[in-house]
Ligand binder design. Sequence first.
Ligand code: KG4
Ligand code: ZN
Length: 352
Amino acid sequence: MLTLGIETSCDETALALVDEGKVKAQVLASQVELHSLFGGVVPEIASRAHLEVLPALFNKLLTKLELAPENIEGIAVTRGPGLLASLLIGLGFAKGLSLALDKPLIGIDHLQAHLLAIELEEKIDFPCLGLLVSGGHTHLYLMESWQDFRLLGRTLDDALGEAFDKVAKMLNLPYPGGVFLDKLARGGRVSKELFPRPYIDNTNLDFSFSGIKTAVANYLQKNPHLIFEKWEKDFDLIKVGQEVKDMCASLTYSLVEALKIKINRALLKCQVKGLVLAGGVAANSILRSSLADFLEEKGLKFWVPSKGLCTDNALMVAYLGEKLLKEGYRHSLKLEAIPRGRPIPRDYTRIS
Ligand code: KG4
Ligand code: ZN
């Protein structure tokens, strides 16, 4: 069932087509340059940019595959969580298409889509754990099936990606800084005691990253020479001083160790086949390799999508959309956008 996926929940405008669980094509317009000036996503600018680029992206996608709009058999759109005004642009576009083409519509939970994105590359064996780490979320789930997720733990303050981005900002790196910290950390040596492993002296499965952010701020106050004066676009990372790289490596180590401690606790509670790592921070090379080793030692499977499927994309939206539509689930044109912080209702109807 040729399904169109529409993703506009934050600062990426993306459209993709998936057919029978396989990638057909994706077109994507990143707004990173627009927001980097402000050091974070500006909601008003984000929604305007989505509105501007969507029609041209749609034509580009169809031209790429030499398809007509009528060839599309289903329409899937991210309905939340995300920035409300940005979600509404995607929803408006999806509803217009659904009405004009007389094709079924389904609203997608962005978090569920992230966790299932790996299935475009490899099937998950359920039950498994799901660790979703992005700019807005750090959630640990027990995934019983592709539709049944139980939240085991979540961040009490900043999301992991937010912590990376805030530290990057302290260093004067451009937004979003997670990817720069990753590159710097790869060339660094770890001092295990430099930063605390955050929020581990408890028995729960929650996370907290605001304390480690403060620890980095204090460290930088004592070592102001580590802060970049100015970041040039084509800055040569190889030339960056060893001390900054060591700091990034030590920070990443502490964060990853804290995640592993909580995963270990979850493994003691739940019988699972492995773990799915998802969301933008799942693109982090140290997190990927460290978790791969950790799970291999335990004889468990590790599913992590290729990097392009970790960050926001429309392929994951189309993939989940096709699955739901094929099961007979439908949304009406009353489909609502759900902002961050509110649970996503399963308010679709099912045709027989
Ligand atoms: O899933 P995503 O694209 O958007 C949200 O739904 O939030 O995640 C974006 C987050 C940002 O915080 C970004 O800095 C982080 O993912 N990120 C990374 C890497 N690539 C993206 N963090 C660490 N290492 C990376 N390689
Ligand atoms: Zn996301």
